[in-house]
Design a protein around this ligand. Sequence first.
Ligand code: OOG
Ligand code: MG
Length: 269
Amino acid sequence: MSLTTASPLTAEQVAEFSHVLYKARREALEVEPLTKSFTDFSLDQAYRIQAHGIQKRLADREKIIGYKMGLTSKAKMEQMGLHKPIFGVLTDQMQIASSSTFSLKNKIHPKAEPELYFITARELRGSLAPEDALAACARVGVALEILDSRYKGFKYFTLPDVVADNSSSAYFVLGESVNPSSSSSFLNLKIEILQDDQVIHSDTSNAILGNPLLSLCELVKLLDEQNLTLPAGSIVLAGAATAAIELKAPQKITAQLEGVGSVSFRVEA
Ligand code: OOG
Ligand code: MG
């Protein structure tokens, strides 16, 4: 299965595949990876399927409020067996208030992971240096991302499959944040995920591409490849610093970022 020889998808196939994933999400059904049950396709084509799925959500009156980066740490690359940063789109329907309760009803197989987030103060485009990214950040904070892949057993095997599925995104919770006056605001900070107040995974913020600002730069570069810019006021999840943990009820999930603060939610059946 070589990605370079994948034949282009027709507009009908893009619409069909995005519909399969849309229906799986809405009905909390698992589906086979698209590259397994249909045909092989490239990463570029996967972003077309992702964008088509986002258009369907916009038609459902959702609004784009930011982006998530994925596979930006070794721990995540190893957990998923995939080794290249990717992005997904965040809509307002995906955001959950901090300290709220998350129901497992109508979910497939959700997992949580600890992340840093940025809120940008101005539009960003093209190729950026970390200092440019820093200068454009209004806030940096700690977040929990709740992933829920639409693929059977949370296994998709190929990057195009996960990208088509909006990079497994489902929900996210933003926690405490600071005004990043310098990059020391978030370099080399301990970041942890806790289950019922017990630390399950721990690493440092540098686990994210060596410097989480590089995740923001990478997102802007990936968007530019599709002639897109990152609007001012966007929320950007930088990608998990550690592996994700499965959600089960009852459970309390917390993420802590040294010197910045924490975020948590409770899981109910
Ligand atoms: C892909 C999404 C990865 C992250 O933070 O690395 C991601 C997945 O794990 O299914 O969100
Ligand atoms: Mg993530």
